[in-house]
Design a protein around this ligand. Structure first.
Ligand code: HEM
Length: 229
């Protein structure tokens, strides 16, 4: 609140997210947000944007360290490319997608029926709470061959999987993640730059799942060595 109040009182332009939130107005009535609403938006962006990518990267490095073949293929795919090219690296994208299939940071979500509703053989009286269980769907034998295995190739062999009805790492519909592209870019940059500098080796530790609001590993222990030493 202090920062919001200071910003409001100052003439300086910072050209950052807080400036954008302070300047934005509602489409319907043209009014600005209250300080409480702005603070809520900042918190949402921090948690939705930080926890999710941090957890996904933790799972990804654990999976890479325990799947030498994937790690080798990934580092080889970087070739001479620069960090700017890595967003278009098909194998890197598939590796991130496959990590989010096995360990979706948003492992479930919930919705409340605003009115009586029905879908196929199911009926939902008003106020029913519905919990889509993404973790379960992402490993369901009906949709996935070797669903428990880490196989990034599946996203390359069948690109339709990304947009299928059984893969929702970023949710779906009007409340889908607004940070999807940012998250994919941010994670790609990090993985690329990290693997250019460091070698990772497993230490035989398997993380336990800690399903809170996001799906965290309890800890990921890796052996990391600088490549230039
Ligand atoms: C690996 C990274 C990420 C994952 C797996 C992820 C996942 C999700 C999912 C599944 C939802 C929908 C929740 C629901 O329908 O109940 C969501 C919503 C949201 N995400 Fe992300 N997210 C990620 C990164 C980010 C980033 C980087 C940002 C912002 C910079 C962000 C901002 C948001 C916001 C603001 C919403 C709420 C949208 C709304 O309710 O209209 N997310 N995210």
């Amino acid at each position: 609140m202090e920062i919001i109040n200071e910003r409001k009182a100052s003439d300086k332009t910072y050209n950052d997210l807080l400036d954008m939130l302070l300047k934005s107005t509602y489409e319907d009535n043209g009014e600005a947000m209250t300080n409480e609403q702005i603070a809520d938006e900042v918190l949402i962006l921090l948690f939705a944007g930080h926890e999710t990518t941090a957890n996904t990267l933790s799972w990804l490095f654990y999976l890479l360290s325990s799947h030498k073949d994937v790690l080798q293929k990934l580092t080889k795919s970087f070739g001479d490319s620069t960090v700017y090219d890595c967003i278009n690296n098909e194998y890197l994208k598939a590796t991130i997608s496959e990590t989010m299939r096995l360990y979706p940071a948003a492992w479930m979500t919930e919705r409340v029926a605003m009115a009586d509703d029905e879908f196929e053989q199911f009926s939902f009286p008003e106020k029913t709470i519905i919990i889509p269980f993404f973790y379960g769907l992402h490993r369901d034998k009906t949709f996935w061959n070797n669903g428990q295995d880490f196989e990034p190739e599946r996203f390359i062999l069948n690109p339709k999987v990304e947009k299928s009805k059984y893969y929702f790492p970023f949710g779906a519909g009007p409340r889908m993640c607004i940070g999807k592209n940012f998250a994919m870019a941010e994670m790609s940059f990090f993985i690329f730059l990290f693997l250019k500098k460091f070698q990772i080796k497993p230490v035989g530790q398997t993380p336990n799942m800690n399903p809170l609001i996001t799906l965290r590993p309890d800890k990921v222990i890796l052996n990391i060595q600088s490549i230039n030493v």
